[in-house]
Design a binder for this molecule. Structure first.
Ligand code: UFG
Length: 328
């Protein structure tokens, strides 16, 4: 049995590949390296560098005896998706359709799918449970929600089972593995780039949100905890479990100002931050109820507090100030 991991050279994907290999799984990574990094793929995994849109999926399934797919490959920036909707619907939705149809044709009937808290849009209440209405506010969130609907239809029509994992804010790192996006848009790595002297200051996008301190509130979840949830989702499907949609978060909300304050404590740097207008596509508050993932998968996040998440991100950024070193 071999797992195909699309996007396995990326941030969440490569942590999951490492976790799969650590428990003895065989892994094939399919990645176009547009956002992923060759150096992030452990040497024990087979790496196929190709576009999901035109890769020989039937050949990959047959050659490697694939029994399940973990599908990360996607564009992931909320603000970029507002500017480039075609790229997001093509890469995220159309490519998921192509993948799941190839799975059906090859008789591969299990998929763990990278979804997102962005499917909910501006929530009516927090913490958000999985049955909360879906009203994505950005093409990114829409592209992922359409993909979930494709998976639901393939379950009914063809029995391809899925676990869609709706991540809240993936964050943190390890000494040898971490976040490396170009351009970087995420809050924690941007704050740490200021601490490294790579930026003079950073922006706070909006200080007039309906939150306690006026800055946006998010639920930060460590990447190693996300990787662990993928392994548990895979086990669930392999043991015949039903299709699921599950939130993955810590259940605690931290504001942008609180995250920057944590980064200041962890790094000892002043991290100058200037107030800026709201960013398009941002909801004000996103906090997960992950009660279902805890109950059904037995998942328990190990990094439960913001400080330890930021510390682990700092260990990576401090040791690797230029990430994987292959930025162009
Ligand atoms: N922010 C700033 N300044 C920055 C960068 C970000 O104020 O320089 C703010 C954003 O406006 C937002 C918060 O920090 O309020 C978090 O922003 P990120 O870009 O780090 O993360 P997002 O919440 O926009 O998005 C992330 C993932 C999405 C996912 C979402 C779910 O990138 O894929 O979490 O919560 F959908």
């Amino acid at each position: 049995m071999t797992v195909l991991v699309t996007g396995g050279a990326g941030y969440i994907g490569s942590f999951t590949v490492a976790a799969l290999l650590a428990r003895g799984e065989r892994v094939v990574v399919l990645d176009n390296l547009s956002a992923g990094h060759r150096a992030a793929v452990p040497p024990e995994a087979s790496l196929i560098v190709a576009e999901l849109a035109d890769a020989d999926l039937a050949g990959i399934f047959e050659t490697h005896s694939i029994d399940a797919v973990i599908h990360f490959a996607a564009l992931t920036s909320v603000p970029e998706s507002v500017q480039k909707p075609y790229s997001y619907f093509h890469n995220n939705t159309a490519n998921t359709l192509r993948l799941v149809e190839a799975m059906r044709q090859a008789g591969v009937d299990k998929i763990v799918f990278s979804s997102t808290a962005a499917v909910y849009g501006e929530p009516q209440s927090n913490p958000i449970t999985e049955d909360h209405p879906k009203n994505p506010q950005s093409p990114y969130g829409q592209s992922k929600y359409f993909s979930e609907q494709i998976l639901a239809a393939f379950l009914v029509a063809h029995g391809v089972r899925h676990v869609a994992l709706r991540y809240f804010n993936a964050s943190g790192g390890a000494i040898d593995r971490g976040e490396d996006h170009t351009p970087e848009t995420h809050l924690i790595p941007i704050a740490l780039q200021v601490a490294l002297g790579q930026r003079k200051s950073m922006s706070i996008f909006g200080t007039d949100w309906p939150t306690p301190d006026g800055t946006c509130v998010r639920d930060y979840i460590h990447i190693a905890d996300l990787a662990d949830a993928h392994l548990r989702a895979l086990d669930h499907l392999r043991s015949g479990g039903a299709s699921l949609q599950l939130n993955l978060g810590n259940g605690a909300g931290y504001s942008v100002a609180e995250v920057i304050a944590a980064a200041r404590r962890v790094t000892g740097h002043a991290i100058p931050a200037v107030e800026a207008p709201r960013r398009a596509g941002d909801p004000s508050t996103l906090v997960a109820s992950s009660e279902a993932a805890r109950r059904i998968l037995g998942w328990q996040p190990k990094f439960a507090d913001l400080e330890s998440i930021v510390e682990s991100a700092w260990r990576w950024h401090h040791a690797h100030p230029h990430g994987y070193g292959d930025r162009t």
